[in-house]
Structure formats: C-alpha cells, structure tokens
Ligand binder design. Structure first.
Ligand code: GRF
Length: 203
C-alpha cells in the first residue's frame, strides 16, 4: 500500500475526512504522517486522537525556508511517502520539495480555480456575487493555487446563503471530493498533462 502524508496548519477538517475515508476503506493507503507547522492546529489534536504520527515542523525553528523545507523532506523520506496531501497548509512550497515530489503533491482549494485564489476563496466568491462556486483539487506546481486540475465540484449559491452557510456547504463538498481525488491518484488513474491545467482521468 502507498503511504500518504497530510500537511496541515489549521483546523484539520479535511484531514479528519481523510482519516474517516481511510478507515472506511474508501482510501486504500496508509495514512502514515501528519506534517504540521503549528502546534496549536486542530489538525494536531485530531492526529493524536486517531493515532496518526505527527511531525511538528515549525518555521521559527529554522533560520531559512530551505532548512525548514529540508526538514519536511526528511520526514517524508523517512516515512516512504508516496503522496503529499495539502489540507489547509498555509505556506508556499519551495522548489526542492516540489521537484522531488513532482506530480505527487495535491491541494484542495475552496473555489473553482482559477477564480478566487488565496486564503479567502469562499468569502471572496460570496462577496463577488458569483452564482456558482465550488471546490477544486489540483496538483501543486509551485505557484499559489495553481497546477493541473484533478477534480472540480460546483456549488450553486442560493438567495438565502450567507458567508457562513456557504462555508459549511463548501467544506462538506471538500470532505467528499478530496478522498475521491486521493483514491484516483492511488489507483494510478491521474495523468498530469505537462503544463496544461487539466488531468486525464484514466478509466
Ligand atoms: C479548506 O477550506 C481548504 O480548501 C483550504 O484550507 C481549508 C482547510 O480547512 N485550502 P481544514 O483545516 O481542512 O478544516
């Protein structure tokens, strides 16, 4: 079985959804490691409760971003990680990590990329007034919220929606499609097509 590492900085609801999917056998892999850069992150508590190994790597403990990242790479290598899953990891990844794990790092974004990149995708879409938003899972290529798109799921914004109700719906959708995208990867059914922002789902 392949080994998955999740990288998270915050609440960790996607991480929990991945744990649940792995338990149910919807993701057929070992959830080997949580890499976390924030000791206060909800994700860390969730990992403890679920018995997932934690590598706490704080940026403040390293004099350069390269050293910080080398530490993360070390943890990934020690645990023979095959797939790196970003789930609310609030840092950009550098060249070394991305080139070593080329097409093996995926991210989830709470809007339909390339719209509403950045840390406030849900609220930005709501404030803009779009009628449809959604969720995107994509390979990570070193630019923020950018790279070949694996799955997208649309969501209609209804008249009565508020930023809060929209956020709840978006998260629910995330928790459904992230495990699906991960399982497609594990089955070898994703083929990144160079720089094109699309992925071929092999049937
Ligand atoms: C999610 O909305 C995800 O799309 C974004 O960060 C958020 C993480 O939420 N990249 P959680 O920590 O998984 O609850």
């Amino acid at each position: 079985m392949m080994n998955i590492a999740v990288l998270a900085s915050g609440r960790g609801s996607n991480f929990s959804a991945i744990i649940r999917a792995a338990k149910k056998g919807k993701i057929k892999a070992n959830l080997s490691l949580l890499v976390c850069d924030n000791p206060k992150a909800g994700a860390a508590g969730r990992a403890k409760r679920a018995g997932v190994k934690i590598a706490m790597v704080r940026r403040e403990d390293f004099s350069s971003r390269d050293d910080f990242e080398r530490k993360i790479i070390e943890h990934l290598q020690q645990n023979n990680i095959d797939l790196v899953v970003l789930a609310g990891f609030m840092r950009m990844l550098g060249h070394e990590l991305i080139s070593r794990y080329e097409n093996k790092i995926i991210n989830i974004h709470p809007a339909l990329l390339p719209s509403f990149k950045g840390a406030h995708g849900i609220k930005d879409a709501f404030d803009y007034g779009v009628k449809v938003t959604g969720v995107t899972v994509h390979f990570v290529d070193g630019q923020m919220d950018h790279g070949p798109i694996i799955l997208q799921s649309p969501l209609r914004i209804e008249e009565g929606d508020t930023p809060e109700s929209l956020e709840a719906k978006i998260h629910k959708l995330e928790h459904k499609i992230y495990p699906e995208a991960i399982q497609l990867f594990l089955e070898g059914r994703l083929k990144p097509l160079g720089r094109r922002v699309s992925s071929q789902v092999l049937r």
